[in-house]
Write a protein that binds this ligand. Sequence first.
Ligand code: 1YM
Length: 639
Amino acid sequence: MKESTYNDNDIKVLKGLEAVRKRPGMYIGSTSSRGLHHLVWEIVDNSIDEALAGFSDLIKVFINKDNSITVIDNGRGIPTGIHPKTGISTIETVLTILHAGGKFGGGGYKVAGGLHGVGASVVNALSSFLEVKVYQNGSIYSMSFENGGKAVEPLKVVGKYDGEKSGTCVTFKPDSEIFTETTEFDHDILKTRLRELAFLNKNLKIILTDERKDEKIQDEFLYEGGIKEYVELLNKNKTPLNKDIAHVEGEIDDIIIEVALQYNKSYSELIYSFVNNINTHEGGTHEDGVKLALTREIKKYAQEKNILKEKDEGLIGDDVREGLAMIISCKHPNPQFEGQTKTKLGNSEVKKIASNIFAEGLRKFLLENPNDAKIIVEKAMAASKARIAAKKARELTRRKGGLELTTQWGKLTDCSSKDVNESELFIVEGNSAAGPAKQGRDSKIQAVLPIRGKIINVEKSRIDKILANEEIRSLITAFGTSVGDEFDIDKLRYNKIIIMTDADVDGAHIRTLLLTFFYRYFKPLVEGGHIYAAQPPLFKISHGKTNKYVLNQEDLDEYVSNLGENTKYEIGRMKGLGEMDPIELKETTMDIKTRNLLKIEVDDAILADETFQILMGEEVAPRRKFIEDNALNVRNLDV
Ligand code: 1YM
């Protein structure tokens, strides 16, 4: 009787795990590097849940020599007894039955949900090997699986130990038959997220050890200040304004809201929000509530102190968020995630709770820190003035006949198609490149906008000054979306916006200036995958009557080595787009059939912000260090 239950179950288990192996994308998003790292987060999330429940304070992650991963925590250990529903051990249940990770107890805050939360069984299904060890009541229990979750032998006690401690240890090796692109873990990806988890869970120690090199690398993260220290990191390369970081924490109806913030001299806002440690990229009710209270409280304070007068135009959200670095962390027992990427908190009750908790805490901070409060209000007032000036300037140009510009710079050569989906905008540097680009384009779907050399550095200027810049205005007009509080992505006129600059240092600088501008003022275009970089060839190889263009040194070497010993050839280094004839430019860089576009994607928003700040911001010392640290890379790239 018992045996037959086990067999039925066995078949069900294998079917479940097979389904995961058949369509891994459905469970972990993709089988690319991102999916590979997702496996680690599934296991680590179980350890984090245990820490959130208050049972553990240490997580160790090892990248082993063979690119397998070991995760250890000092929690209660996965229960070792027989599971009432499945009739097999709870450990085996957790590792072989889909969604068993949904826990049996209920209650408490769980990382599970959103992107993660498919559970340890999915990791098992996608691994060539997995071993779990549980330390409980003096016994070490162990069970291992291979080939996508097939049990090697049942759960057994493999040893004894002295002491009170308990914990779980999972080692797994991703299956190379599933992860065909790569099975190699990226140290930095693991490090960044583990550090983030340590910031979000104060007093939780996380240690990452990379055993792959002869000299092993170890990073230890432990933050007593939690998200306060996270804000400190966000402002590391900036000039902070308020001396003390404002920190607010409160709980209503089991919903915990924690916020830390500090203003800096820059003009951009940096807000990262989380729910149960999951980054809510798309925001949601917790973020809405905090933003609402921020605007209301700063405005109220400014009026009470008579800094904001009756006659003044009010402060709006954009004004009080200029130069703001803020982390919002919400813990919710039953979060509902919405949005395109399921990273938007939907629970409607949270807005009011977040706004009430934050309003009270911020008010207290402003009253207790009058000097900081004054600096914050003055920053918002200055932003408000600039915004109003920019708006007036925009209205003026509009009355003068729209933002259409008639100067030679910023003169758009539009495409004839009105179908946004097929339309492309090439932003080219200088008039010499505009000529061949206009001739080499497909005039139906490709528009060309020449810009003069270096555009204004938006990292160092406020919106009013930025909008006074001719190049910037022509870009905004061409996009069609407007900017700032008037931005509307539905008005975008081109599906692809392609930066086409020379393959040299100046070209790279212009590309960085443009990317900074897009990232700061048109983030939805970057996040929506509308921004691209063209890749003009770096070398031209001529032999006989053939001209071959290649992108880089590697391709050059390969092409030349295949030419045959007796072929005479010449290598030319391309200096600029203007040097190419229209047909060459079309074939190598513009033609949708033959070109090689680079899509601009942001994997790590915090790193992107930091890099733009370092490269384009006011502070010189961090830039020097960045260049020194990366000089070798640049040299390698640009042989
Ligand atoms: C290295 C990975 O999985 N730790 C871990 C997992 C569990 C528990 C403790 C745990 C949870 C509960 C009760 C509970 C899990 N248990 C389950 C299940 N580390 C790692 N540490 N006792 C222990 O949630 O009630 C799933 S995960 F389902 F068995 F309870």
